[in-house]
Design a protein around this ligand. Structure first.
Ligand SMILES: CC(C)(COP(=O)(O)OP(=O)(O)OC[C@H]1O[C@@H](n2cnc3c(N)ncnc32)[C@H](O)[C@@H]1OP(=O)(O)O)[C@@H](O)C(=O)NCCC(=O)NCCS
Length: 191
């Protein structure tokens, strides 16, 4: 458990959302996110022909994330305060592909978010991402990156609303289109 977590494991709170660690019994929600992914997403990020990742795989991922989160934010679940349901995640991943391509010496964290389709289009991703950005500022992180497929208009829109700008275009070899690396500077870079 993150030392900075509040009551009930809450890591961050917004007007409508609680960002808190995933619970093992919520693996099915996580799997639903996998099943809903756009067919243009590379195969290793979608459910394979054998049904993997299975529910058990994702339960193990949740256990692993709880053990390894340390003081980092990880990818917390988004719980709606009013409904009490989990609708996706938003957080930070270390050593993501975009940040690494941009600066292998200091890759920095990437912001990542994903919502169940039934919860999309209501400003939740933007609301959660703003809280994650604030967390990053308080953690004195200098830059945030996000890697996004060029075809992913909703995600680009969220990042645009947050003030991320495209800093690199990576051409994928798997026929998935261009991947954009976007960046937001949070504080002056130290040398
Ligand atoms: C990207 C994602 C997290 C956005 O979640 P969300 O809660 O719907 O986002 P928000 O409601 O905060 O903002 C979405 C914005 O995109 C806009 N948008 C939605 N579909 C769009 C489209 N096809 N073209 C252009 N803009 C679009 C919305 O109008 C909104 O902008 P607005 O506030 O100016 O109206 C969600 O679409 C998702 O989970 N997608 C699948 C996973 C994914 O792509 N994750 C990101 C990987 S980089």
């Amino acid at each position: 458990m993150n030392d900075r977590s509040g009551p009930g494991g809450t890591l961050l709170e917004t007007e409508r959302l609680r960002l808190r660690p995933w619970r093992v019994e919520e693996a099915a929600i996580h799997r639903e996110l996998w099943t809903e992914r756009d067919p243009r997403v590379p195969a290793h990020r979608r459910i394979d022909a054998d049904g993997r990742p299975s529910l058990a795989d994702l339960e193990n991922w949740i256990r692993w994330a709880a053990r390894t989160s340390g003081d980092g934010l990880g990818l917390p679940a988004l719980e709606r305060k009013s409904e009490g349901d989990v609708i996706g995640y938003c957080g930070l991943v270390e050593g993501g592909p975009g940040a690494y391509a941009l600066d292998p010496e200091r890759p920095g964290p990437e912001i990542a978010f994903e919502l169940l389709r039934r919860a999309q289009g209501r400003g939740y991703a933007t609301e959660a991402a703003l809280a994650v950005e604030q967390w990053a500022r308080e953690a004195r992180i200098e830059r945030l990156h996000a890697t996004v497929w060029a075809w992913n208009a909703p995600s680009l829109r969220v990042l645009g609303k947050l003030g991320f700008v495209t800093t690199r275009t990576l051409t994928s070899e798997g026929g998935h289109g261009d991947m954009l690396v976007t960046t937001k500077v949070l504080r002056p870079l130290t040398t």
